[in-house]
Write a protein that binds this ligand. Structure first.
Ligand code: UN1
Length: 509
């Protein structure tokens, strides 16, 4: 189905799973990558052994010596060229993302666009790695701070954004003078190899060391090499809260830094002043886009009782129009889940919804027959629930949307919204200024992302992306997220012939 794209991306030559250069050492077990679109084998990739890993670290350490002293704007120029490489390969990479992960082709292209956008952002940032200057309390002294490269940055990414999340980290880490070791999800290894090949072309064209970008493959065991390795000062990880808690402990145990993007349990509050049409588009795309497999997917709709029936009818009707099928076919709205384990988790969640008292409004189910051979296609479901149900408190990575009714004013809705362990994304649909401002205030949404009159997903790269509570507290991509990829140094310079001490301390010899 995508033979030409695989060829253009240089992936047709790795059929036995062995690495073919590109600064990628993989001689371990074979991972077979099957497409959730049609269940076919796309390719094989070998995992990284401990020996391969040590080679990878050596290559990264070697590259860091050159890269850290390359002027930041020149590092930006390399990232600019990488952005151009992505532009030239956007259709192919977007299609591979769509085929290996299962999101729609439009969303695959959108993901590559996010990569291009973060490259552009990073190029500009490469001339703005600003530190402050301070006035010294001592005469003839000057104080300032500067930001220096950190070293090796480890990136562990998830299957749902198999390429973009790496680029948010890598593009910034590179302009900051760091080198990157990336472990993509073992569910989307070919996306990782494709990106590694593209950046290696750029490095080669510029005679730069390959170790600026390194790829490792495998499951959590390879992730553990990284989290336990004191040669990696920063590990940025995206995935489940369960994974994040284990990784954070390991990294903290060696006093390293972790940047975590973990689960969400994102809600849209629909107030009496909401625009129904906008609410329907925002909620339906948020809940079923990427088959509900974004960290930012809409899980809960908290609807005012006065609007409840209207919103319910409109959304249930919209669900009746959804076309589920091959995501490469642009007429489809919903593609498959990533694999059969995800299908099982979706089915279990629906059983629990019923057991715990939920009322199903749109029945789910696994689709069978022609066009659904992979066994990964499911129907988006809707249930009326109460916020305290154990299953509602939990993030299920599938298209299940919960309706929760609230009465009284927006404070009551906020209490429900904030009444979960996760804190990634949130939204309010309202044309009422007081409600919107309350939602955005210190007493409002407790999430890292809070939107007015748009849905919970689809964040732009210009803002800092991440969330609070069990989402892990990390911030990636825009704003000042670059700072975590650097170490800060405070410098005091004395340009006199005396040596006065700070705090007026006298120490005469
Ligand atoms: C994620 O689901 O891990 O806001 C990232 C969005 C995307 C990123 C999602 N820009 O939906």
């Amino acid at each position: 189905m995508i033979q030409n794209e695989l060829k253009k991306l240089g992936l047709s030559e790795i059929n036995d799973g062995t690495s073919t250069g590109s600064n990628w050492f993989s001689n371990g077990e074979i991972i077979e990558s099957y497409s959730p679109v049609d269940g076919k084998l796309i390719g094989k990739v070998k995992t990284t052994t401990k020996e391969d890993y040590e080679k990878t670290i050596a290559s990264a350490q070697e590259a860091f010596k050159t890269w850290r002293t390359t002027p930041a704007p020149l590092r930006g120029e390399i990232v600019r060229q990488f952005g151009d490489k992505l532009r030239a390969n956007k259709a192919e990479l977007g299609k591979l993302v769509s085929y290996e992960m299962g999101k729609s082709y439009q969303e695959g292209l959108g993901e590559v666009q996010e990569m291009i956008d973060i490259c552009d952002f990073a190029v500009g940032q490469s001339r703005q790695l600003y530190g402050l200057t301070m006035h010294s309390e001592r005469p003839g002294h000057r104080m300032y701070e500067q930001y220096h490269p950190l070293g090796i940055v480890g990136v562990i990414s998830a299957f749902n954004f198999p390429v973009a999340v790496w680029s948010w980290n890598a593009a910034l880490a590179w302009i900051c003078g760091d080198v990157v070791i990336w472990k993509p999800s073992e569910k989307t290894p070919l996306c990782g190899v494709a990106c590694q090949k593209l950046i290696q072309e750029v490095l080669k064209e510029n005679n730069l060391p390959e170790g600026i970008s390194c790829l490792v493959n495998g499951d959590y065991k390879v992730g553990e090499f990284m989290s336990q390795d004191k040669r990696i000062p920063l590990v940025s990880a995206t995935g489940s809260t369960r994974m994040g808690k284990i990784l954070a402990k390991e990294v903290a145990g060696r006093l390293g830094t972790s940047l975590l993007e973990l689960g969400g349990n994102n809600a849209i509050i629909v107030t009496p002043d909401a625009d129904i049409k906008m609410t329907v588009i925002g909620a339906v795309f948020g809940a079923v886009g990427t088959a509900g497999q974004r960290c930012t997917s809409t899980r809960r709709l908290i609807i005012h009782e006065s609007m409840y029936d209207k919103v319910k009818d409109a959304i249930v009707a919209a669900y009746g129009q959804l076309k589920i099928g091959n995501p490469l076919d642009e007429k489809m709205h919903v593609g498959p889940l990533i694999d059969k384990d995800a299908v099982k988790a979706y089915q279990n969640a629906l059983v629990k919804v019923k057991e715990q008292g939920g009322n199903i409004l749109v029945e789910g189910g696994v689709l069978e027959g022609a066009d659904y051979e992979s066994g990964c296609y499911v129907k988006p479901a809707i249930a009326e629930v109460e916020n305290h149900y154990e299953i509602v408190q939990h993030e299920t990575f599938a298209p299940i949307l919960y309706f929760i009714k609230y009465s009284g004013d927006v404070e009551n809705a906020l209490e429900i919204q904030n009444g979960v362990a996760q804190g990634l994304s949130s939204a309010i649909m309202t044309n009422n200024l007081r409600e919107a401002e309350k939602f955005l205030s210190a007493g409002g949404s407790d999430c890292g992302i809070a939107n007015v009159n748009i849905g919970t997903s689809g964040a732009e790269i210009g803002g800092a992306f991440g969330g609070e509570k069990e989402t892990g507290g990390g911030r990636e991509s825009g704003s000042d997220s670059w700072k975590i990829y650097m170490r800060r140094q405070t410098n005091t310079i004395n340009y006199t012939t005396n040596l006065p001490l700070a705090q007026g301390i006298k120490f005469d010899l």
